[in-house]
Every structure is written in C-alpha cells, then in structure tokens.
Design a binder for this molecule. Structure first.
Ligand code: CP
Length: 302
C-alpha cells in the first residue's frame, strides 16, 4: 500500500482493506507512538467537517507527526482565483501526504493524478468517502465479530450519501444482504446498485424502516443532506422522513447496533444515545485508529 492513494474504496482490494482494519486494531491498543516523527501531512478541507478533519489531526498528533492545512478555502489563495491544480502542486511540495475534502465529485481523483505525493479522499461531493467506509467496516467487524453474511439496513439519503455509496461497494465483498430504506426521491443510484447486482447479492427496498429493524444486524442511519438539494422546498418536504426513537429498537436482535457516520440532525432522537445498541460515538472514535493505520501504511511505516 506504500504510496497508494485512496480515492475510491475500490482502489484498495478486500485484502488491503482488511489489512488496514487489522492494523487499526493494533493502534487501538497503542494509539500514542512516535512513528510519524519528521512527517508532514497536509489537510485541505474545502468543505465543512468535524469528525474527519479532527480525527485525522488527532491520529497524526498522537503519532508524533505534523499537520499543515486549512479548514475552509476562504482563507487561502483559492479566494484569489487559484485553481485546485495549482493548490495541489504547491501543497505536494510541503507535505508527504495530502488529505483532501472537496465538494466537487471527481476532484479527489483529479488531485491524486497530478499530486507528487499520495492523496486520501476525505469526501468528494456526493461521490465517495472511503476513509469513513474503513472505519464503518472496522466498527461493524468489532461489534458483530465478522463482516460476513450480515443483514445491514441503510436508512436516509441513499442518493447523495457518499458514505452510503462507498460502504455498499465495500460490503459487496462480504455477502451482505442489503435493506435499503429511503424516500422514493433518494433511492440508491443505479451506478451503486450495479455493484450489488454484479455480485448477485440480495437487496430489498423500503420507504419505512419500522418493519426492517427487528430483522437486521446493523441499522446504518444517515442524514438527509440539505446541502445536496437544489430546491429548498423539496428538502423541507422530506427532511423529517425518519426519526429513530428508543422504543423502536426494543425488539431487535441481540447483536443489533445503530451506526451513523454523523453529523445527525433529526433522524436519531437523543433518547437512543444511552442505549447499549447505539454505537455512533464509538464509531467516530474508531476513525482515529483506522486513519492512523491508513496514514502509516501509505507512508510505508507499517
Ligand atoms: N462522518 C463525517 O464525514 O463527518 P464530518 O462531516 O464531521 O467529517
């Protein structure tokens, strides 16, 4: 994996993804080490973030590395009209690895192709969010004991949800049965569904989640994303389509867990948070270990 950019989850084979998860398990045991000493990571966030940006920073800081970068492009020369190309060519001179989030689909692939250092896609528009997928896989494996043969429900914005797109593609390697719950306007795109069909895996589509909950191992909730709608009225109409309450998860399988990439808005009531079935904040913590594993692998240090 040395020097190998991660733009789409399929850039890494199933075996490479599992190697990252195994390594993340080691970092979870020992998250503070000095192996990134003398390494500089660039963190370029052209779009807002809490978990992804800060967990990357936490991962690097705990390993003794340095982070340079920005959390909004308004404070950079992009404001003066500088192109993404010139920004990447410049920042590659200052760092050993670039982490980038950008609202434009395909921007991460473009940046990885012109960069002289490897690049990690931290989310490109509605396309992909592969590091979230690695931490989702880690969280699922940790809570379920295995990634194989699970029934996984995905709820919310399956059309624009980049975490959904990457996760569906990754789970196709593990004989998953998919339960896809969304408003009709936000169904999983056919380009992503194609991956499920290619592997001859079972998938079921619903508009309500109640009937699904008792039968699945994992309920992966997502936010209806206001920023992806061109029509604000359309967003207002469907923004409250799903609202998970604690009483809705009373009769679930013993191994059942609720995951969410976060941030949430209204789709999970806070009365779920104290349930032993809620796992989303631990899931966010797992992002630190997975990103430590990814960075050290790409830099050839592990
Ligand atoms: N899960 C996730 O990408 O969260 P942030 O947008 O806060 O980084």
């Amino acid at each position: 994996m040395k020097n190998k950019s991660l733009v789409s989850i399929n850039d890494y084979s199933k075996e490479e993804q599992e190697r990252i998860l195994d390594l993340a398990q080691e970092f979870e045991q020992e998250p503070v080490q000095n192996i990134l000493k003398d390494h500089v990571i660039a963190s370029l966030f052209f779009e807002p973030s809490t978990r992804t940006r800060l967990s990357f920073e936490s991962a690097v800081n705990r390993l003794g590395g340095k982070i340079v970068g920005f959390s909004e492009a308004g404070s950079t020369s992009v404001k003066k009209g500088e192109s993404l190309r010139d920004t990447i060519l410049t920042v590659a001179n200052y760092s050993d690895l670039i982490v980038m989030r950008n609202p434009v689909e395909g921007s991460a692939r473009f940046a990885s192709e012109i960069s002289s250092v490897p690049l990690i896609n931290a989310g490109d528009g509605a396309n992909q969010h592969p590091t979230q997928t690695l931490l989702d896989l880690y969280s699922i494996r940790k809570t379920q004991g295995s990634l194989d043969n699970l029934h996984i429900a995905m709820v919310g914005d399956l059309k624009y949800g980049r975490t959904i797109h990457s996760l569906v593609i990754a789970l196709c390697n593990f004989n998953t049965t998919f339960h896809l719950v969304s408003p009709v306007e936000l169904k999983l795109p056919s380009s992503v569904k194609m991956h499920i069909k290619e592997k001859n895996l079972a998938y079921h589509q619903y508009t309500e989640m109640d009937e699904v909950i008792p039968h699945v191992d994992v309920l992966y909730m997502t936010r209806i994303q206001r920023e992806r709608f061109s029509d604000p009225l359309e967003y207002e109409r469907i923004k409250n389509a799903y609202n998970l309450h604690r009483d809705m998860i009373r009769h679930t399988k013993e191994n059942f867990k609720v995951l969410h990439p976060l941030p949430r808005v209204n789709e999970i009531n806070i009365n779920v948070d104290n349930s032993p079935k809620a796992y989303y904040f631990e899931q966010a913590l797992n992002g630190v270990f997975v990103r430590q594993a990814l960075i050290t692998s790409i830099l050839g240090l592990k």
